[in-house]
Design a protein around this ligand. Structure first.
Ligand code: OAD
Length: 408
């Protein structure tokens, strides 16, 4: 599958003789029409395609919205601290994210294709098999040279220290498995898209400007009779060949494309309501929030406990200066004895050893002083790092990672 690239705008045209959906599959371009389609049992293989717009309500900025988008003004990225960009526990799934497991529970979700790397879909408990993270995610990291998977926590530690993580096997650079422009998309994207989109009988597109290829082209891969719904703050996907045609402005009247202009949460809530699922969606959202809250509290407790243990260990290290001195004394006695033995030696080599041994006391003392201070520093540094919420994130992510379908 090709690498992501910004879409080149082109005026849509129809190829003469191209097959067209002659029979309208939707009454009109409204959400109500889509709900009717679902309520009539016509949608059994729903595909959801999503983008940054589904996560803005969680506090994560999208890329292209003027004034607030990440690309427009990175400085206004509303994070309490820069590392929060790695702190998955800082962000919680939105109501829209819970629409996915709701569809899955109804047995209607064929797959969810997201461009987002924030992993919020996973936090809803959505079966990982039903998820395609088209632009990768932070859950895993790998060497760009030999493809060896590397623990993402290790990578983050390097990044936070402004160090470049390298592969232990081949020395290559290691980076999170997110897809940059010019890089190949995960193989899972191409493999599944090829099969899934042919089977799709309702496409729901949420919170994306549909400006990045090849992801945006997927909307053209569903059968001609498959209705397509866009829920977004602005119109999108109309300038793609075979893309949305909400007003029938092309050669043929619109028979299958629906549009809800507004927030993703409003749109999915309204759709759920029209299908009689609103209470269920709300209940899943609230239960999810409680679960996340509990998980956070548990982590906070675990952290506090760990910190206490660290502090105790720290005290031991400080108290350890005495222990270390005792050890040193014992070692010195031994070493001095060795030095004395060496002094008795008659060979030239033994004479040299004797000279070295004369310096042993001061050398040992210096070595132990250095070692002791670095141990104490390490303990303090570790203690400090425990106090940052980043640590909470890494733990949460480790849990998530265990459910990552790409991690064997
Ligand atoms: P964009 O920022 O391009 O588009 C987000 C869309 O969501 C815009 O059309 C917004 O109007 C809309 N939007 C924002 N908040 C919304 C909300 N609460 N409810 C409804 N709509 C909302 O983000 P993406 O389309 O996801 O790729 O961008 C796609 C790709 O571009 C990203 O995956 C990334 C980026 O470059 C790579 O990094 C490879």
């Amino acid at each position: 599958m090709s690498a992501p690239r910004a879409s080149v705008k082109s005026r849509p045209t129809r190829i003469q003789g191209e097959a067209e959906p002659r029979v309208p599959v939707l009454k009109d371009a409204s959400l109500e029409s889509v709900a009717d389609f679902i309520n009539q049992g016509k949608a059994k293989n729903i595909i959801v395609m999503s983008g940054a717009g589904i996560s803005t309500a969680a506090g994560i900025k999208d890329f292209r919205t003027p004034g607030t988008g990440l690309y427009d003004d990175l400085k206004r990225f509303n994070l309490p601290y820069p590392q929060a960009v790695f702190d998955i526990s800082f962000f919680k799934p939105t109501l829209t994210h819970y629409f996915l497991p709701l569809l899955a529970k109804k047995g209607l979700l064929l797959r969810s294709y997201t461009q987002n790397i924030d992993m919020l879909e996973r936090l809803t408990g959505l079966d990982p098999d039903l998820l395609v993270e088209s632009h990768g995610s932070f859950a895993t990291s790998k060497c760009i040279k030999c493809d060896t998977m590397v623990d993402s926590d290790i990578v983050k530690k390097h990044i936070l220290k402004s160090e470049i993580p390298h592969c232990k096997k081949c020395g290559g650079l290691v980076k999170p498995t997110i897809t940059f422009f010019g890089e190949e998309l995960p193989p899972r994207f191409g493999t599944l898209a090829m099969v899934d989109f042919k089977k799709c009988d309702l496409l729901i597109v949420l919170g994306t400007s549909l400006q990045v290829e090849p992801f945006n082209r997927l909307i053209t891969r569903v059968p001609e009779s498959c209705p397509r719904l866009l829920i977004n703050r602005e119109r999108a996907g109309e300038d793609i060949y075979g893309g949305f045609d909400f007003n029938g402005k092309w050669k043929y009247p619109n028979v299958r494309d629906a549009l809800f202009l507004g927030s993703c949460d409003e749109g999915t809530r309204k759709l759920a309501k029209l299908c009689g699922w609103e209470d269920e969606l709300q209940a899943m959202y609230e239960a999810g929030n409680i679960k996340m809250q509990e998980a956070e509290e548990l982590e906070a407790l675990t952290l506090a406990k760990e910190q206490e243990e660290e502090e105790k260990a720290g005290t031991n290290v400080k108290g350890g200066s005495k222990d270390t001195k005792d050890t040193k004394d014992t070692k010195d006695t031994k070493d001095t004895k060795g030095a004395k033995d060496a002094k008795n030696a008659k060979s030239a080599k033994d004479v040299k050893d004797t000279k070295d041994s004369d310096d042993l006391d001061s050398l040992t003392e210096r070595f132990q002083a250095t070692n002791l201070s670095s141990t104490t520093e390490k303990a303090d540094a570790k203690k400090d790092s425990k106090e940052t919420p980043y640590k909470v994130a890494s733990k949460t992510e480790s849990k998530i990672k265990n459910s990552d379908p790409s991690v064997k």
